[in-house]
Write a protein of this length. Structure first.
Length: 320
C-alpha cells in the first residue's frame, strides 16, 4: 500500500506546481523552513488543492486561492472536537498561494496502519472505533458552540428534500425503496431539540490519523468541506473503518468481522451519548442514511450513474 500512496503523492505534488506556477516547490520549501526553523519534508498524504510539508512539530500548508480556509469556522470546529483538530494559523500569501501553519497531530493515516489495526482479531481497531464513538462523534452533540452561525433550518430542509427527490427520480430503480422510506423522515432532523452541528463531510482513511501502536486516533484532518447540518449526518463515515474500497470485481469489501465491529461502535456510541431513546436512535439512523446519499449519490452536481464507483459503494453501504 505505501508505495502506491507515495506515488500518488508525487503525482499530486507535480500537478500542484504545474497548475500553480507563481512559485516553485523549492521556494515553498524554503518559506516553510523559515516559518518552522526546521528542515522540511513533504507529508506522505497530499491533497488536490494544497501542498503540505512538515518541519518538526509544525505542519505548513500552501493552498490555492479557491481553497482557502475559514479561520472563524475552524475555531468553532476546534471547540466542537477538542483533541482531534490541529490548531490552524494563517501566515499570509506566498505568490498566489495562501499559507497556513498547524501543529503536527502525529500518527499515520489509517490506510498505512490498516494491517496493524486488523491484526489479533481487530483488537486495535476496536480502540479506534471507541475513540470515534466517544471522543469524536458524541462530542459534536455536546460541544457545538451555541453562538456558531447556522443556516436557516427551513431552507436546509427544503434543500435536502429537493436533492433526495431528485435522487429518487434519477438514480437506478434499486435505490427507490430506500429513498421512499427515508424522505418522509428527513423533517424529523429539524424538529425542536435535534441539534445542527459541524459535520466533517470527507471522513476517508487519508484524513483519519491513528497511533499504530495503540489504535488511538491522534487527529482528523482536512476540515475545509465541513458543513453545518443535523447531528448524525456524518455517521456513515464509520463504514470506512469496516472495509476497503476495491476497483476490480466489486466496489467495496467489508472485513470478515465487520458486523461485530459495527455492533461494538454503536454500543459505545450510544453509551457515550448517555443513552438514547428509540426515537433518538431512529433519527440518528435517518441522519446517517441521508448523509450517505448526499455524499455518494451525486457526481459533479448531478445524480450518479451506474458507471460511478461512488454509487456502487453506496449500494454496499446502505445495505448495512
Amino acid at each position: 500500500m505505501a508505495p502506491d500512496i507515495a506515488a500518488l503523492s508525487r503525482m499530486q505534488i507535480a500537478r500542484f506546481f504545474q497548475q500553480n506556477n507563481s512559485v516553485t516547490r523549492e521556494q515553498c520549501d524554503a518559506e516553510a523552513q523559515r516559518l518552522t526553523s526546521q528542515s522540511v519534508t513533504a507529508t506522505l498524504s497530499q491533497g488536490g488543492t494544497s501542498y503540505t510539508v512538515e518541519g518538526g512539530h509544525v505542519i505548513v500548508q500552501f493552498r490555492v486561492p479557491h481553497s482557502t480556509l475559514d479561520m472563524g469556522l475552524l475555531q468553532s470546529i476546534e471547540h466542537t472536537y477538542p483533541g482531534f483538530v490541529p490548531h490552524h494559523e494563517y501566515q499570509g500569501r506566498f505568490g498566489q498561494l495562501s499559507v497556513y501553519t498547524m501543529n503536527n497531530i502525529g500518527g499515520v493515516c489509517m490506510y498505512l496502519a490498516r494491517d496493524k489495526l486488523l491484526s489479533n482479531d481487530s483488537y486495535l481497531l476496536k480502540v479506534t472505533l471507541d475513540d470515534y464513538a466517544s471522543r469524536f462523534f458524541a462530542s459534536a452533540f455536546y460541544n457545538t458552540p451555541t453562538m456558531m452561525a447556522r443556516p436557516d433550518p427551513a431552507q436546509l430542509l427544503s434543500k435536502y428534500l429537493s436533492q433526495l427527490e431528485q435522487l429518487r427520480s434519477e438514480l437506478p430503480p434499486r435505490f427507490r425503496p430506500t429513498l421512499d422510506r427515508l424522505i418522509p423522515q428527513v423533517s424529523d432532523l429539524f424538529a425542536e431539540g435535534w441539534p445542527l452541528v459541524l459535520n466533517h463531510t470527507d471522513l476517508l482513511e487519508n484524513n483519519i490519523h491513528v497511533d499504530p501502536a495503540t489504535g488511538s486516533i491522534t487527529g482528523i484532518c482536512d476540515w475545509r468541506e465541513t458543513e453545518v447540518s443535523p447531528f448524525g449526518m456524518s455517521l456513515g463515515g464509520v463504514e470506512v473503518m469496516l472495509g476497503v474500497p476495491v476497483t476490480a470485481r466489486s466496489a467495496w469489501r467489508y472485513h470478515h468481522n465487520h458486523g461485530e465491529l459495527r455492533d461494538y461502535f454503536w454500543t459505545q456510541f450510544y453509551c457515550h451519548l448517555g443513552g438514547a431513546s428509540d426515537e433518538q436512535k431512529r433519527r440518528i439512523q435517518t441522519a446517517r442514511l441521508a448523509g450517505l446519499f448526499l455524499t455518494y449519490a451525486f457526481e459533479y452536481g448531478s445524480p450518479a450513474t451506474e458507471e460511478s464507483s461512488d454509487l456502487r459503494i453506496l449500494g454496499e453501504l446502505i445495505l448495512e
